[in-house]
Design a protein around this ligand. Structure first.
Ligand SMILES: Cc1ncc(COP(=O)(O)O)c(C=O)c1O
Length: 485
């Protein structure tokens, strides 16, 4: 069978629309003998029956194993060139108390970028010394709390923050370790990177200001300068962008060493994952070797010691561990007219499969045009594959979960579907648009599912409305009024 002319060029007509290709699905995802998709050994219909849909499912085994792989890959490569590598899990990708604990147990530090994320990491019992705080506009209260609890490092993003962090450190009688976030001028995404002199963006300071910033930090006895920080982008597949950025940062590092110690260099996160079979992320061991080689070579050229390295991956740890389970509601065959090979109009069918969630639980397709894939989760089918578009239930035509994939053509209302690789930047970007309650999150492993964040109820949706909570009858009813779908 050939691909539908409505399918994007990268999407091949599948030999089997029931398969679970390994780079896209979490490591424990498999079909049961009855044909269901099980993750962590828990079949889709059991998950839906116990927790409802839509449902975020996080494969604990997958998340932990990827955390360990990244930790070990960079530790091994760093040791090879006589240094160390610290891995911060970027909590913005997905943070809950449970997940923060997994990361800490696997020996990772945690990167937070707001007071809320800091609160979650602290509630998880993460040692504050292993927390880093980011952000281009940290409030005074956020800085004060971070210093007061003793976070390991604060990443300074502007001149004002040098003074604000120093004041907070003086107030609490602490010496606060800080990095300075700089723009290396390298911006990377997937296979490409752009290297410019300056970047037009809100984060960090110009690289040619690094010396002035280091001097400002060093002028405060309450601050300890750890080094530079740079994050060049997201969903990056090769090492070239990191290597170019590191080369630029190390030139600055050599200058900074003239004014005092610069023990570390943080090269940020951004390692890519497979959202569809068209994506081919570089294996982490390869990436770690290439980045560390580039750093070591540049240090040798400059005649400086290789600094302790730090990285902040989020998506590459939690992205593939997550999948979202939906129930199919309505199905519509939409006739689409496209020009045929000789220019005459060709009438084709695109099957719109609508599910019980959408852009409120996964904003990435609407925000970035992100691609995902989909599989029927409660059964296998031998029906011919049909090109589908998975739509959400929001009042927005851009409310699409999966732009294009093939499902067995007999997909029907009541089927469960899994959208894989939704572990990063889905739950953390979730909203209550159209007053949909945010889904529950369950962790699965070894045949067991545990609720780690409960579903929002109708009561949750109404509780902050002053008129609702001012009504004694409603308040007395105690709610919750039931699952908000
Ligand atoms: C400063 C910083 N560090 C780390 C990350 C994590 O990136 P990723 O999840 O792509 O690894 C981000 C993502 O935006 C970031 O801004």
């Amino acid at each position: 069978m050939t691909s539908s002319p409505l399918a994007p060029a990268w999407l091949q007509h599948p030999a089997d629309a029931n398969d679970l290709p390994e780079p896209v699905w979490s490591r424990t995802a498999a079909r049961t003998p009855e044909g269901q998709i099980a993750i962590g050994g828990v079949p889709a219909s059991a998950l839906a029956a116990e927790f409802g849909t839509p449902l975020y499912v996080v494969d604990e085994t997958d998340a932990r194993s990827r955390a360990r792989e990244i930790r070990d890959a960079f530790a091994t490569e760093a040791a090879r060139v006589g240094t160390t590598a610290k891995i911060y899990y970027a909590g913005k990708a997905f943070l809950s108390i449970e997940v923060a604990r997994w990361m800490a147990e696997e020996g990772l530090s945690i990167d937070v970028c707001s007071g809320g994320e800091l609160a979650v990491a602290l509630a998880a019992g993460v040692d504050p010394a292993r927390i880093g705080l980011h952000g281009n506009n940290k409030s005074l209260a956020e800085i004060d709390r971070a210093v007061a609890v003793g976070v390991g490092v604060i990443v300074i993003d502007s001149a004002i923050e040098v003074e604000r962090v120093a004041e907070a450190a003086a107030r609490h009688g602490r010496v606060q370790a800080v990095r300075v976030r700089v723009n290396s001028g390298v911006h990377a995404h997937t296979h490409d990177f752009l290297a410019t002199a300056h970047e037009d963006q809100k984060f960090g300071v110009r690289l040619d200001q690094a010396e002035a910033f280091a001097a400002a930090v060093r002028s405060h006895p309450e601050l300890r300068f750890l080094g530079l920080h740079c994050h060049i982008g997201s969903q990056i597949f090769g090492a070239d962008g990191f290597a170019e950025s590191a080369a630029r940062l190390l030139e600055a590092q050599a200058l900074l060493l003239a004014g005092g110690e610069v023990p570390e260099l943080n090269l940020g996160g951004g390692f890519g994952i497979a959202y569809t079979t068209a994506d081919d992320p570089t294996p982490i061991a390869e990436l770690a070797a290439a980045i560390v080689d580039a750093v070591a070579a540049e240090c040798a050229r400059l005649g400086i010691a290789v600094p302790a390295l730090a990285f902040e991956p989020g998506r590459s740890i939690i992205g593939t561990a997550g999948a979202t389970l939906y129930e199919v509601g309505t199905i519509k065959d939409v006739l689409v007219s496209v020009p045929g090979e000789t220019g005459e109009p060709l009438e084709l069918v695109r099957k719109y499969v609508s599910v019980d969630g959408g852009m409120s639980d996964n904003a990435r397709p609407a925000l970035y045009g992100a691609d995902y894939s989909v599989r029927i989760a409660n059964r296998v089918s031998a029906a011919d594959p049909a090109l589908v578009r998975v739509a959400g239930k929001h009042c927005e035509s851009g409310d699409i979960v999966v732009q294009a994939d093939y499902l067995p053509g007999d997909v029907e209302p009541g089927d469960l579907v899994f959208v894989p690789a939704t572990g990063a930047y889905c739950w953390s970007l979730a909203s209550n648009y159209n007053y949909l309650g945010r889904p529950a999150v369950v962790a699965v492993s070894d045949g067991r599912a545990r609720l780690i964040v409960r579903r929002e109820t109708e009561h949750d949706l109404l509780a902050r409305d002053a008129a609702y909570s001012a009504d004694p009858a409603r308040a007395a009813a105690g709610e919750p009024l039931g699952a908000a779908r």
